[in-house]
Design a protein around this ligand. Structure first.
Ligand code: ATP
Length: 332
């Protein structure tokens, strides 16, 4: 039996999590769920946005599903706390155009791998006499770990090229180190092409010629920004899943937030959460179930009869989910 930590969080996080769990339950897999708290509602109840108990549970289970949380002003981030405590150093975001979903380009299929533990999000921020200062920490070990992960990912997923994204012409020491580590790592993967671009050029290429990308590896902030740009290429936030991977743990979450503007209406697009669940199933080695869920969702999207409002339809979250489950039962 595999144990899954389930953190629904706030707003539409709870709604899309209900969808994902219904889909998982329809698979007749042997899963045990451990429900855990995080986010704004948790803060109102317990005075903390992420109780130690949640971290303890997540550390012990085989994988974690995370919905979305509402940021509480003045409080640390629940998801960053989890990433740090579970040492989830790689953030994987597939950018894939899907059938029936409006995409800026057809047939897009690349992956962004973002270093998740340091860079400008190291949490080293302080006030100074005349302003504030944030430290952009780049270590050799973390750079080696993420570059190796990117090449290994390319190797096991039949990808041909890894592109490093940085700004080494300006950030000579930090990104100079990242670039040097990248090309040193590339020497061990002679069958995989390697190249690099500056982050500003990359932002433009994402829009003008995104098909040149296969696997992109980059530092924390650049990866965060490029991931949302990538999401915009293929149908928006409701469609984009992500995985946070460490040596011992994996956490899977949609790229979107808790969307307070539509929360409670039952109209959130469950696709990003369901696709994150597909990534979790693959991570757990449940490939058949992963493909079954993915194909069932893609069929619903392609047919276009049951779409949530963000995709131009009128269908509610759980109705879309029921259609996905119907397909699962047919394919089963
Ligand atoms: P947070 O502060 O929790 O990050 P946010 O509103 O700043 O919330 P998102 O939650 O990512 O950021 O939402 C950005 C926009 O995208 C909102 O208009 C929201 O309604 C829309 N959106 C995000 N996710 C979905 C979804 N799954 N289905 C439909 N619309 C979505």
């Amino acid at each position: 039996m595999k144990k899954i930590t389930v953190i629904p969080g706030d707003g539409i996080g709870k709604e899309v999590m209900e969808a994902a769990i219904s889909v998982l339950n329809s698979l007749e897999l042997n899963l045990e769920y451990k429900i855990a708290e995080a986010g704004n509602e948790c803060f109102q109840k317990n005075g903390t946005i992420i109780p130690d108990e949640t971290i303890k549970i997540a550390k012990k289970t085989d994988a974690t599903l995370f919905g979305a949380v509402t940021t509480v002003p003045g409080q640390k981030s629940a998801i960053i706390t989890l990433r740090k405590n579970l040492d989830l150093f790689a953030n994987l975001r597939p950018i894939k155009s899907l059938p029936g979903i409006k995409s800026l380009y057809p047939n897009l299929d690349f992956v962004i791998i973002r270093e998740n533990t340091e860079g400008l999000y190291s949490g080293l921020e302080e006030y100074t006499p005349d302003g504030a200062n944030a430290t952009r920490l780049i270590t050799k070990n973390a750079s080696i770990r993420i570059c190796k992960f990117a090449f290994e990912y390319a190797k096991t997923n039949n990808r041909n090229k890894v592109t490093a994204v940085h700004k080494a012409n300006v950030l000579k020491k930090t990104d100079g180190l990242f670039k040097e580590v990248f090309y040193n790592t590339a020497k061990n993967y002679q069958d995989i092409e390697s190249n690099d671009y500056y982050v500003d050029a990359t932002a433009m290429y994402f829009v003008t010629k995104p098909h040149i990308f296969d696997v992109v590896v980059t530092t924390n902030l650049f990866g965060d920004i490029l991931s949302d740009e990538g999401a915009g290429l293929v149908g928006g936030l409701g469609m984009t899943p992500s995985a946070n991977i460490g040596e011992d743990n994996g956490l899977f979450e949609p790229v979107h937030g808790s969307a307070p503007d539509i929360a409670g209406k039952g109209i959130a697009n469950p696709s990003a959460m369901i696709l994150s669940t597909v990534m979790m199933l693959k991570h757990l080695g449940e490939l058949e179930s992963a493909n079954l869920v993915e194909n069932s969702l893609l069929k619903v999207l392609k047919e276009g009869k049951f779409l949530t409002p963000d995709l131009g339809g009128k269908t509610k979250t759980m109705e879309v989910t029921r259609e996905v489950i119907k397909n699962i039962k047919i394919y089963f």
